[in-house]
Design a protein around this ligand. Structure first.
Ligand code: ADP
Length: 315
């Protein structure tokens, strides 16, 4: 089974129970929930039986161990997680605004993950995994970004492949050096997985069709466009098709794209056809939004089967 590696932030998330803009009057919070986009992605891969590993760095504190225990329970290889004594695990605070958009406050740059570097156990994973999945948030701190780029160099040198989810938070896009890193990653991407307007991040084309054609011409093999409650679309030079939407009651959309991505990438690497992988990823994304807490949204194969069966019965 091809082994999938990701690199980046492992955090806890605290979700404000009241809606509004900013955090001054946001209390009380739900949480802590295990989180960090790469951690959620890899948890989802492990949960459906894929071989998965993460390179990350946490403090020797309850927030770090909460994540490590969860990932280990879901069969993720945690040998690449460095525990830094005397440092703290990063936090993401999330608050929903009245219009449904989200405000984030990250302590990522002040936490253990910011000082991520290539350790011997991380290097061993880079030399043994077949596929790398990079998320834009992991490029927001120099330590994480350098480690991700080193993983990319080593995995590609051995003939491995890359999937890339820009996962851009407005709070992180202006980080110094971010644009260069994003361009470097895109140039080596095999599977590009943007959400909504992220499709236009690397293309000056105004229409979706033109942006897709431009990206495919640059050597990207497949594009999976996530469309939130509207489902998702697949594009390659041979075929283009849509899935969804799946009607569900949305409780917490954070992490939907990571669960979606984990299922899609794991199934494609296991040899599934794009249509089958997209169908199950779409179900996993829909299931994820029905649960509070970003990593609580990941699903087992049995849960996805059950959900698809119920959807079919309703249609
Ligand atoms: P991201 O979290 O990366 O921004 P999206 O919000 O587009 O990604 O969600 C990823 C996928 O999850 C969507 O393409 C869709 O398959 C599913 N999804 C997200 N929100 C909903 C929703 N409200 N109802 C049904 N499916 C959803």
């Amino acid at each position: 089974m091809p082994k999938i590696l990701t690199v980046g932030e492992i955090l806890v998330e605290l979700v404000a129970t009241t809606k509004g803009d900013g955090f001054r009057d946001a209390q009380p919070f739900f949480g802590p929930f295990p989180s960090g986009a790469p951690a959620i992605f890899v948890d989802q891969v492990g949960k459906i039986g894929g071989a998965a590993a993460i390179i990350g760095r946490v403090g020797d504190d309850d927030f770090g161990h909460l994540n490590i225990d969860r990932l280990a329970r879901d069969d993720v290889d945690i040998s690449g997680i460095e525990i830094a004594p005397g440092e703290v695990t990063g936090c993401a605070f999330v608050r929903y605004r009245e219009d449904g958009s989200r405000a984030f406050l990250f302590t990522m740059h002040q936490s253990a993950t910011a000082m991520l570097s290539v350790t011997p156990s991380g290097a061993a994973l880079m030399e043994s995994c077949d596929h790398l999945h990079i998320m834009g948030t992991a490029l927001a701190a120099p330590g994480m970004a350098d480690t991700a780029l080193e993983a990319l160099r080593r995995v590609k040198a051995r003939g491995g492949t890359l999937s890339f989810d820009p996962n851009l938070r407005p709070e992180l896009i202006d980080t110094p050096g971010m644009r260069d890193r994003l361009d470097k990653i895109l140039a080596q991407t095999d599977i590009f997985m943007p959400s909504g307007r992220e499709l236009f991040l690397f293309s000056n084309d105004k229409t979706e069709a033109h942006a897709v054609t431009d990206l495919l011409a640059r050597g990207i093999r497949e594009i999976v466009l996530k469309r939130g409650a509207q489902g998702a679309s697949f594009f390659s030079s041979e075929e283009r098709f849509d899935v969804g939407p799946v009607p569900v009651e949305e409780v917490d959309p954070t992490g939907a794209g990571d669960s979606f991505g984990g299922v899609y990438v794991a199934l494609r690497l296991a040899g599934s056809r794009p249509a089958d992988a997209l169908h199950r990823a779409n179900a996993a994304g829909a299931l994820a939004v029905t649960r509070l807490g970003p990593m609580e949204g990941t699903s087992t194969n049995a849960e996805i089967d059950d959900f698809l069966k119920k959807q079919k019965a309703l249609s």
